[in-house]
Design a protein around this ligand. Structure first.
Ligand SMILES: *Cc1c(COP(=O)(O)O)cnc(C)c1O
Length: 221
């Protein structure tokens, strides 16, 4: 595994996508997704300047973060997977932001357990896939209003996981729809784009891309 080489490639591709879309690369935050990744390569990524990391399971993060020393505290950790209600409290101890809030009920639990003002993203199931978490587009505005009224949460934006397709161009309308929704809600952040489709996501306005395999290798799922 060549974390350093992979990161250089990913960063070059982010820059190229920004250039093509007339965007400042500083406006796109790279979140390295470390699920199933051992501490060694995570520390290596930190050494290469990565300051945002994401995990999709509380249990895995609870085991891994204590092994990462200062990287656990000096980097920003994002929860990006479905969060069960009974793990909301633990998630707030481990993560700085919860990027996968998929119900008002979960937001309410996070609000009641929050130790500090916690940044959150609302996850939207843009394509309406039954296998995916996230609120339907038509419920987003109402949910956003309710979450905005929660004093311990800071609603920063929207997140989506696009359908898995062979051609990233097929998911471009999903990214565009999420950006339009984000704009209509007046929010700053847009977390979309993974290893296979982040360039299209950046062209459509992503402010955070979540990349796992592109950095740490691994099979295409
Ligand atoms: C695994 C995962 C990613 C990264 O996926 P890759 O295809 O490995 O880049 C991004 N977002 C979420 C929510 C994930 O679970």
């Amino acid at each position: 595994m060549d974390v350093r080489g992979n990161l250089r490639l990913v960063r070059d591709r982010i820059s190229a996508a920004c250039l093509g879309a007339n965007r400042d690369p500083a406006g796109v935050t790279l979140i390295a997704i470390t699920k199933n990744v051992a501490p060694g390569p995570i520390l290596e990524a930190f050494g290469e300047g990565v300051r945002h990391f994401g995990e999709n399971r509380v249990q895995e993060a609870a085991l891994k973060l204590p092994q990462l020393g200062a990287v656990a505290t000096s980097a920003t950790w994002h929860m990006v997977g479905h969060l069960q209600s009974n793990k909301a409290k633990r998630a707030l101890e481990l993560f700085h932001c919860i990027d996968s809030v998929d119900s008002v009920r979960l937001a309410g639990l996070l609000n009641s357990h929050a130790l500090r003002k916690t940044p959150v993203l609302l996850q939207i199931n843009v394509a309406g896939e039954s296998t995916k978490e996230g609120l339907p587009v038509e419920n987003a505005a109402d949910a956003a209003n309710q979450i905005r009224a929660m004093g311990n949460l800071e609603l920063r934006g929207l997140m989506t996981i696009a359908p898995l397709t062979a051609d990233p161009e097929e998911v471009r309308p999903v990214f565009r729809r999420l950006r339009e929704l984000r704009d209509s809600l007046g929010l700053p952040e847009l977390s979309m784009g993974m290893s296979d489709d982040f360039e299209a996501a950046i062209q459509e306005g992503a402010t955070m891309v979540r990349i796992g395999r592109g950095i740490f290798g691994g099979r295409k799922t």
